[in-house]
Design a protein around this ligand. Sequence first.
Ligand code: NAD
Length: 474
Amino acid sequence: VKASGTATVTMAETSTKEQLRAMFDRQKRAFRSAPMPSREERIQNLQRLKTVLLDNQDAIIDAISEDFAGRSRDETLLGELMPIAQDINYTCKKLKKWMKPSKRHVGQHLQPAKAVVNYQPLGVVGIMVPWNYPVQLAVLPMVGALAAGNRVMVKMSEFTPKTAELFAKLMEDHFSEELISVVTGEVDVATEFSKLPFDHLLFTGSTQVGRIVMRAAAENLTPVTLELGGKSPAIISDDVDLTEAVERICFGKSFNAGQTCVAPDYILCPRSKQDAFIETYRKVFNTMYPKLNNNADYTSIVNERMHQRLQSLVTEAKEAGAGVHVIGESDINDGSRRMPLHIITDASDDLRVMQEEIFGPVMPVIPYDNLNEALDYVNDRPRPLALYLFSHEQDCQRRVLEQTHSGGVCVNETLLHVAVDDMPFGGVGPSGMGHYHGHEGFLTFSKAKGTLSKGKFNAAKFMYPPYGGALGKM
Ligand code: NAD
């Protein structure tokens, strides 16, 4: 661990655990000496965070692009830097209101007294980051945690080492290690990190690792927010214009090459429209991405392992007799891992493509004959992080909204519910627990401390023994 606070820890250094613990203790001590940062201080930290990241946007774009062997520059602007700037602006604007103690009603039997809920910082917050939006998913939780007056320790993903190194350096250069420490390193470091007795731990990643992290946190009774994944469906209703629906699905599925936690995973399509859906998709995709080789707008798959995993999902489906419709150039020879979209039809339920979160440009289409069948399909499976409905009919919208459970929903859109600063973001069941973004982020990282205050006059003496049966009946 560097003295200035940014840690690059490997297990070769046998004392990783002690180093992480020492860093945690330094933050904890600093918190104790200044447990209630003023609103001005918090805003100053948030504004500095925004300035540092925006001033270094070219370096961030380059680092992420290097980690992905080709991440679209515009996608890094839209998917990392814009949400950060928006969220910080919104948070700074609202912070006064959020920090204001909330007066509560005091019942007659407790009068005279005042009841107030104060939003108190928790202390040291741990944040664990995946690789797919490595800066956004480090910074947005930090915004909530810092706005609520906490200190943060951040563990970056081992799959985006260039970004992790740059982010660690930027934080080290502009913040004290007692406020923000960034930890890089492999899974063994992540394991030790998750065992620290944080006052709150926010983990973003897979459902499988989420289970492990929650178990580690349970040892310390550390509360967790788990931002996980899952298979997010897009339901196309009979009443909707296909081009309109496909354009919005194609945007959401191809952004970051489908490596997005809320990307549409599979499509539920009226049986009579399945062929037209695929043809429309081909047109729309080819308009958005006239070529894939050397197309700077189309992001590459993050690493060889993920690329092979996606290829193997397709191969398995093909060998089992499913239809595979390749959309976009299939012959990629530009040195990247760009992958065309593969629409899968007639896939049996036991295939991995139907069971696992896809997280890339592969998309099963499942035909249905009536809406109830589509709703049953969704409800028979684990609750997803997002659900997308394409319909302009109010009755259809109401039925889908009332009869399905998911972390969030877009009606006639994909992905963009995540970009609404004033809405909670989080999963349900296996797609996650707890929320952040905007006010919910502030609340997640605060202790809502109820405080009852009395003056000299004591009217509560009727509660003191000896009772002598004076209370009678309720
Ligand atoms: P991952 O679960 O493999 O890794 C996430 C983090 O956990 C990394 O920092 C990693 O170092 C750490 N980690 C890995 N193994 C660990 C272990 N055994 N103990 C402790 N920590 C460990 O996820 P990923 O591959 O980086 O990201 C993809 C997944 O993340 C997908 O499932 C996706 O849906 C999900 N995701 C969710 C959201 C959301 O906001 N809900 C956002 C992005 C990604």
